[in-house]
Design a protein around this ligand. Structure first.
Ligand SMILES: C[S@@+](CC[C@H](N)C(=O)[O-])C[C@H]1O[C@@H](n2cnc3c(N)ncnc32)[C@H](O)[C@@H]1O
Length: 203
């Protein structure tokens, strides 16, 4: 891929930002597993000794993600209800990501939320402003000191602008004494996805 094409691949910037702080054995979350690209990336960073929680409301998405993670050598576990075992591995959770707080037993080092709908899937099964907002607030709450959250925001679908406005409000309200934030976008492509980043400062 040419440099200019890579430059605007916003997901690669999201990976760069969270990859910088993730180490083997860390705890991470993917709030929208989709086709598994982000879960796979997180697993690549935390390795077999780490723990990744991957949420999606669609069976199809978790199946794809699971297949890719198994191929990559991950120990994959489907959540079937009840308490999550407090062990290493990749946990596939078919639940609204708004329930993240219920599953987070230890601080997260990083979380990714790649909003919108499953590429090639049903465009009506799209992330929505209110549950996204609840999930992002939970992710911010679960981050440990120095932990990072990356949100890929899509405005190009019918409810995307409303969701983007809701997500922006969360980032704008983060007190600068406790949080560093950043927005990354392509100014000459106003309808393309953009990135919101937050890092919890060390106490
Ligand atoms: C853009 S895709 C994610 C792409 C994915 N991260 C990847 O690497 O391929 C968005 C995903 O969010 C999921 N989704 C929508 N609403 C959700 C919710 N409330 N909780 C969890 N996942 C949700 C959709 O099913 C879809 O698979």
């Amino acid at each position: 891929m040419s440099f200019s094409r890579r430059l605007t691949r916003i997901v690669l910037w999201a990976h760069h930002f969270v990859g910088e702080v993730l180490r083997p054995g860390d705890h991470a979350a993917d709030l929208t597993a989709g086709n598994g690209n982000d879960t796979l990336f997180l697993f690549g960073c935390v390795g077999a000794t780490g723990r990744v929680l991957a949420f999606d409301i669609q069976e199809e998405a978790l199946e794809r993600t699971g297949e890719r993670l198994v191929e990559a050598g991950a120990e994959v576990c489907r959540w079937e209800g009840g308490e999550l075992p407090n062990r290493r591995g990749v946990y596939l959770i078919q639940e609204d990501h708004a329930r993240l707080g219920r599953f987070c037993r230890e601080p997260l080092r990083a979380a990714i939320a790649n909003l919108g709908y499953l590429p090639g899937g049903d465009p009506h099964l799209v992330t929505r402003a209110e549950s996204t907002a609840t999930a992002l607030c939970a992710a911010l709450e679960c981050l440990g000191p120095g932990g990072r959250l990356a949100v890929v925001v899509y405005v190009g679908h019918p409810t995307g602008k409303e969701e983007a406005a809701r997500v922006e409000r969360i980032f704008v309200a983060l007190p600068p004494e406790g949080w560093s934030t950043l927005r990354l976008s392509a100014p000459n492509r106003p309808s393309s996805p953009y990135l919101l980043l937050a890092e919890k400062k060390n106490a």
